[in-house]
Write a protein that binds this ligand. Sequence first.
Ligand code: 3PG
Length: 308
Amino acid sequence: MKILVATDKPFAPVAVTMIREVVEKGGHTLALLEKYKTPQELHAAVADADAMIVRSDIIDAAVIAAAPKLKIVVRAGAGYDNLDLNACTAANVVAMNTPGQNSNAVAELAFGMMVYSARGGFDGKSGSELMGKTLGLHAFGAVGRCMARIASGFGMNVCAFDPFVDAKVIAEAGVTPVATLEELYSGCQYVSLHIPANEKTKGSIGERLLSLMPQGAVLVNTARKEVINEAELAAVMEKRSDMKYLSDVTPDNAELFAQKFAGRYFFTPKKMGAQTEEANINAGAAAARQIVSFFATGNETFRVNKPK
Ligand code: 3PG
């Protein structure tokens, strides 16, 4: 089988080597398409692919239509909002993710941004510390758990809201479970987002929740820019000169932030959360193993789309 790794944002070379090892040991062939510039390049590369490994690459109906032999696509990462699941199902293509494999990298980046911001971007003036501050985790999945572990080292008080996780499980991790989003946002100076981008969550973080946050509020977004209602965030930041926004990916209205909120925001130019050798190795090799196992035994663990 031909397994194509198609990544606009390439994996570290060491991760590609490991993916190749897994693929070839499984008796398959690896093809590599990195830093492609147009969808047409991707369409040409998938024409004879039986399987694909991607990152945030957009796998829409046109890509699926260009890949008549495709049987499985694995998003090497957690969020699969870049995959058109209906198109995959309609074409009998199995779609998977690799949950948890890059979570630590994302959590470390969140703390990097928090320290950078608390220290005023290292401008030499007196900043503040994370110790003793309250961190609210909006969702307690794999990244949320890594956040809690790191936060305890910083001496932060951690709360979490997650309707899909038993409060007992949250408490066992040393985190205070809260029953409502209102409680989370009103009780935490730092709120870190770990929700997926889907029809329910898109645009859901806006004025109603943000205006509840206490003095010195810092919103940390290593999830997706789509979950933020940017117009409402900007309106709240305009009213509240104490509020900061830290985001792993530049928002659509970046210029507005530059004009109005100097010193109160930080954006990575390109999504960087999972951009470590370790995360690339973990997620990339997991994706390759999942594909090899699928072809060997039909194993569909981590499938995220419905069968036809
Ligand atoms: C994820 O959903 O796993 C992260 O956002 C990483 O995305 P990336 O592979 O595009 O860096």
